[in-house]
Design a binder for this molecule. Sequence first.
Ligand SMILES: C[S@@+](CC[C@H](N)C(=O)[O-])C[C@H]1O[C@@H](n2cnc3c(N)ncnc32)[C@H](O)[C@@H]1O
Length: 281
Amino acid sequence: MNPFERIKAKVRTELVDKIPRKWKKIGEVLIVDFDLVPNKDKNIIAETYASELKVKTVIQKNKVSGELRKPKHTELLFGTDTVTKISEYGLTYNIDLSEIMWSPGNTGWRSALAGPDKVSDFYSFGNPKIIIDYFAGIGYFALQMAKGYPESKIIAIDKNPKSIEYLKINAKENNIDNIEIINDDCRNIKLKADVIHLGYIGNTIDFLEHAHSCLNKEGTIIFHEVYRNNWLGFKSRSEWGIIPKKFSQLMEEKGFNVEKFDRVKFYGPSKSHIISSLKKN
Ligand SMILES: C[S@@+](CC[C@H](N)C(=O)[O-])C[C@H]1O[C@@H](n2cnc3c(N)ncnc32)[C@H](O)[C@@H]1O
């Protein structure tokens, strides 16, 4: 029996079509959508999920909101501890899932030089002296880049003090010391760099002007964003190797040439999360 069938076998028949078949297991915490489950049954069913899926805590799926992408009010369905550890490509991250978001779908793309070839191709920068991560969070990109470039200095910036708290713990726990951690709005930091990493989605373009002014002449920007598939103009999978014209034009207006372009993942039915490597034009 698969885990869902085991859970189903333990739940009252009238609730079977109300319980979720999908969930996100992040470390020892489970994120599920129990919206269809009657309130009086939520905790007991959450306990079943916890024991079958071997987690210590179950939280109701939640929207992230605002500039800091924080989860809205966290509803605990089972357990109390929302802090967990996640391991990815040789690094371990501590995170409080009630305070900070985590995208399981980005996993491969957070590997810098330690994962699939198509990712290390984007994250190969030669010998950069300074790499700045403008949206470092708990360190998912910054620590991998620090590990991949031991001779470089990584400057990791985040506006959210909670993320910074965990980023400091994570740097220490992974023995990463070529990193400087700054709690501020990235636009207040005017340090120059050979690589600037923009691992943000929503309005990443608003940060490009500042990044342009801080990027050294031959430097590289790694730009993440979400666009409508229609706008990108891709109709079939085979077209994903091409750099979309509209995107190139937009970046040209912002002072950049697009060197590389790929899809990180589908983002809802009509959008895609993309990654691009940019150089000053
Ligand atoms: C959406 S998270 C990144 C998620 C990550 N890419 C992943 O793979 O899970 C974005 C981070 O940017 C930070 N942030 C938002 N606006 C910022 C700003 N103006 N300056 C610095 N950090 C900012 C937030 O606090 C948050 O930690």
